[in-house]
Structure formats: structure tokens, C-alpha cells
Design a protein around this ligand. Sequence first.
Ligand SMILES: Nc1ncnc2c1ncn2[C@@H]1O[C@H](COP(=O)(O)OP(=O)(O)OP(=O)(O)O)[C@@H](O)[C@H]1O
Length: 558
Amino acid sequence: MAAVPPGSETGAATLLAGEARATRARLIPPILLGLGIAACGVAQAFLIARLLAMLLGHGAAGWPDLAAAAVLALLMAALGIAQERTQQAAGEEAKARLRDRLFARLLAAGPADERAVGEKSALVVERVEAMEGYFARWIPAAMLAVLAPLLVAGVAAAADPLSGLILLGAGLLVPIAQAVSGIGAGLASRRQFAALQRLSGRFLDRMRGLPILVLHNQQDAEAGRLGAAAEELRARTMRVLRLAFVATGAMELIVGIALASLAYRHGHLVSGTHPAPVEALFCLLLVPVFFVPLRAFAGAYHEQLAARGAAADLAPLLAAPEPEGLLLEEVPPKVTVTFHEVRLTYDASRPPALDGLSFRVLPGETLLLTGPSGSGKTSVLRLLMGFRRPDGGRIAINGHDVTLLRPAELRRLSSYVGQRAHIFRATIRENIRFARPDADDAAVEAAARAAQVSDFAADLPQGLDTLVGDGGFGLSGGQAQRVAVARAFLRDSPLVLLDEPTSHLDPGTEAAVLDALRRLCVGRTAIVATHARAARGYFGRTLDLGAMGASADRMAGN
Ligand SMILES: Nc1ncnc2c1ncn2[C@@H]1O[C@H](COP(=O)(O)OP(=O)(O)OP(=O)(O)O)[C@@H](O)[C@H]1O
């Protein structure tokens, strides 16, 4: 599938059409129920016309007509509730499907997707929410806005052809008025969302760095900047609302015109000289029935514009090509990693992060990648985790080119410990089991012992079952790193990738974590990105990426 540029109208249309097809079965019931409501409305209008005519001294309607009109009112209410439920079900199904797809894409991309966290959450939460109206209201309303008014105008025409024509003419004005008032509304709702996205992205970012803001006494200045972003959002929301009010006003004007035209046509009712009073009253009473689906159409029109804006933002992410590649038959017990003249460029306007890097690491060996900040240590690990593809050269595992593998398959080969472990809000046991959800308690406990998690867990209120993470029992940096090492032990993968795992630890804690890491690396292929001081803690061959810049001999340890 071709890549879709952000904000693309075609991408949005393709996404909406595809989702509408997938939701089709759920959309038929609300449309049929809407037609049922219109038919009941017509029958009820006829009965009320007979009753009113009787009050004016024409015809012989009676209690049965009144009772039937009341039953129809109840039936319409019941159909309306059923319609609302089926519409909501269609909307919820579409949203759930979209969220699943988005989550899958974002999780598969991992750190390769460089959007801010706030932006990603706005996409998955607000943007998907904005799509609901398209399926729950717009599609049924658009279908019913054609079918139901045709039915009502047809019945009116049977009673009085000119009245049918008046209704039809008024009905045709509705989409025109919506299209005119909708000019700019799509753009306005897209701008509103961009402002919302900026605000939520900034808010999340600043909340994470709140201690730093307070430390530098920047909280007031930042509150002012957040206030400005919130004010921008308010202004843009007001513009969207103004445009919606204009559309509602246009709709009421059309209803007024239709009613006035029919009143003029049937003016003889007032003088009591109308030749067909029941038919005339019937036509007048059909006006609200005629406009019910058109009002729903007008109401959903702006939801449809908002959904198109949302779809334009979601389409590039969803239309990004599926990661392709071979699947591993099984995880090999030993791996040899070979880099040959590997080149990696993040940004074409800047020098490559890696330029002709070559090395080989054998099973049981540890390679220490050292070098100054920015020399490309983390980039090597990213390539091995499949978050980036090299622009040149070859990376092989056991002689097989890794670019032939699906990126997620590559990750099955390795365990990773980074600079700061992320601890989820869960028990320590669950945090460790995260690395291998099918692991039994014995395996989790063995990993906890190997990584010396058990040592500090023993002092906690519920041991390994203590709740930790955001809002839970706090873990120190060193304890969190040991949980990460326990995850790596539990994963038991042949390749171990470590990215400065002790850089934030004090010497005492560093020694404990290093001890666990050294045991983790035994018998596996290990690549450790580290600074020179910490490198002394490992036994392995060192490859200094900083010193390699202009060197002709880029092979290390071959
Ligand atoms: N996502 C990215 N987009 C653009 N450039 C990037 C990106 N990630 C890294 N770089 C650049 O690539 C180069 C290598 O970065 P990398 O993170 O691999 O270095 P490092 O040696 O691990 O640094 P550190 O020791 O500071 O972690 C740097 O110049 C960096 O600015």
C-alpha cells in the first residue's frame, strides 16, 4: 500500500470507505428502523389530520383514530430507542476496530514512531472518538435523508401533488445549505484538533518534567504558556460552534419556508371552504415528519466533517505498509551477530549516525561499544531490535541477513536492558512476567533471584506481590534496573542488548547490577553500549565507535 501524506483527503476518504464497508451489517438496522419511524409518522399525521378535520366539522373520526395515533407515538418512541442503540453499536464497533488497528501499528513501530506521547494518545483517544459520529449518525442519517423524505413527499403528492412538490423542493435546499455553511467548517474542525493536540502534547510533556519546572521556578511562566495554548483551543472551538449555529439557522429557515408555502397553498382551511380538508391538514402535518430525517442529516453533517478531519490524521498511520519479512522457525539457542559496512542515516541533512561499521560477536562473547555521546552506540542496538533498517551494508545473525526477517521476529532473539527501566503500575511479579507472560511463578521467582530482586523484595510488605509503579510503592533506580535484568533473565534469549544499564546508579548499586548483568551475559551473545568507566565492570572486547570515525580499518575482532 502506498504511503499516505498527513492530512490527505484521499487517504481520509479511503479509510472512511473501508471502515464503512466493514461496518455495513451494523448500519442496515438503524436505516430500516428510521424508515419504520418515518412510515409511522406518516400514518400518525393522517390520523391526526382526520381528528383535526373532525374538530373543524369535516368527516367522522373518533376514539379509534386517537387510540391508533397514541399507539403509533409509543411505537415511534420504541423504534427511536432501538435505532439509537443500533447506531451506537455501529459507532462503538467501528471505534474499537480502529483503536485495535492503531494500537497494533503504534506497538509494532515502537520507538521508530517518533511522535510525542501526547500526540499518540490524542490520535488513539480523541481522533478515534471523533470518528464515532460518522458511523453512528452520519451514514444512517445520510441514507435516511434520501429515502425517508422521498417516502413522505411521495405520500404527500398522492394527497396533493403540489404539496408533494413543495416538500421535495424544500428538501433539496437542505444539502445545498449544509454544503454552503459547511465550507470552512472542515478546516475549522481540523484546526481545532491540531490546537487540542498541541495542548495535550505540551501538557503531558510538562507534567512529566514538573519537578524540573519547579526546580527552575518556571511553573508560572509555563502555566502562562499552557494558558495561551488553551486559549487558542477555546477560540478554535468557538469558531466550530459558530459554524454549526449558522447551519442550524439555515435549516430552520428552510422548514419555515416549507410551512409558509403549504399554509398559503391550503389557506382555504381557515375560511372552512377547502374542498379536501383532511388531505390539506395531512400535508401540513407531514412537514415535521418530512424534516425529521433532514434535521438528523444536518446534525450529523458537522460530525461527518470532524470525522473526515480525524480520518485524514489517522490514515497515514493506518496506511503505512505492514512490516514485511520472514518468520523465525524457532529461536536459535546461540547467535553470531555480524555487522558489515553498516550505514545508518536518520536525517539526510546530517551526517550518518553509523558509517561503514563492521564487527562480529560470537556466542558467549561480550562486545562493549564505547565512544562519546552521539557516536552511534544506541543506534547499533536499535538496528538489532529491528526499530530501524540500515541504509547500507549488511547485518547478519548466524549468517542470515536480518533485513529479511520481520522486525518483530528479530526482537524475539534479544532481551534488552536500557538506561532507566520502565516499571508498570502492577506487582513486581507482574512487572517481571511482562517479559514472558506464559512463565510460571517458579520461573519468575528464579529470574528475580538471579537479578537480586528477591534481596530487596524480601523487605517489601508483600514481597514480589507488592504493587509498584506510578502511585504504588516506589522503587529506587537501582531496584528498577534489577527488575529489568530479571525480565532479561526470564526471557532467556540468546542475544543480550544493554544500553548503559548502570549509567544512573551510584557505585554501590552499580556493582550489584553489574554483577547480575555479568551473569546474564554468560553463554549468550552480548552487546553493551557503555561509557568507558562502566566498561571496566564487564569482561569483553571493546569497540570504540568514537575512535572509528576516519579509520580505514573498521573491522573489530574478525
Ligand atoms: N531519532 C533520531 N532522529 C535523528 N537523529 C538521531 C535520532 N536518534 C539518534 N540520532 C542521531 O544519531 C547519532 C547517534 O545517536 P545514538 O543515540 O546512537 O548515539 P549514542 O552513542 O548512543 O549517544 P549517547 O551515548 O548520548 O546515548 C547522534 O548524532 C544523534 O543525534
